[in-house]
Design a protein around this ligand. Structure first.
Ligand code: NAP
Length: 181
């Protein structure tokens, strides 16, 4: 039985770019702070490539149950030895997150592109948090299209920008799946 909400959280530059050559092609501390606040005390679910993109000293992400998805048994053993849980499918990962942290309000899918695409295609999520970054940058990994059935909440309608200390413009947007709690 589903016991918690499932969300997706990502940061997205122009043209839907979320990643390039295994990393994120920007530096935006304000977004990292926001990510930490949003996912605090909640389980986080990520693909093996996103796990590997985290600096070793930051993984597993602290104070959160980390669930890493991989189809490779050897890689799974190595990830577990570093202190994360592993799953071989997105559904298994969501179920594991619910079992480990039943009191957490939400389990966050935190990337990368393959997981976002699958979660969107299978309609597995209830809300999406997007950090929109006003930046043109090369990319090889993209956010999924939201499509119909998603409603923006909060400040989305005013489309205002914040300006980061390094001058980059960004804003936080939240979308809820219509018809969900
Ligand atoms: N902008 C953002 O907010 C954000 C957030 C996160 C990541 N990123 C970026 O996204 C990029 C990585 O994304 P990605 O799409 O290349 O990789 P990914 O989704 O992080 O990981 C893909 C890997 O996860 C495993 N996997 C995914 N779905 C699976 C399934 N259904 N069943 C079994 N295994 C599954 C597979 O691992 P195995 O090959 O081991 O089987 C697959 O190769 C990086 O550039 C990263 O920096 C950006």
């Amino acid at each position: 039985m589903k016991t918690q909400l499932v969300g997706m959280i990502w940061a997205e530059a122009a043209e839907g770019v979320i990643g390039h050559e295994g990393g994120m092609p920007w530096h935006l501390p304000e977004d990292l702070t926001y990510f930490k606040k949003m996912t605090a005390d909640c389980p986080v679910i990520m693909g093996r490539r996103t796990w590997e993109s985290l600096p070793e000293r930051f993984r597993p992400l602290p104070k959160r149950t980390n669930v890493v998805i991989t189809s490779d048994a050897g890689r799974a053993a190595s990830v577990r030895s570093e202190g994360a849980l592993t799953a071989s499918s997105l559904k298994e990962a969501i179920s594991l997150a619910g079992q480990k942290d039943p009191k957490a309000h939400i389990a966050w899918i935190m990337g990368g592109g393959r997981l976002y695409a699958e979660a969107m295609e299978k309609d597995l999520t209830d809300l999406i948090s997007i950090t929109r970054i006003d930046l043109q940058t090369p990319g090889d990994t993209y956010a999924p299209e939201l499509g119909a059935g998603w409603t923006g909440v909060g400040k989305v309608p005013d489309r205002g920008w914040n300006t980061a200390e390094n001058g980059t413009r960004y804003r936080f947007e939240t979308y809820r799946r219509e018809g969900r709690p």
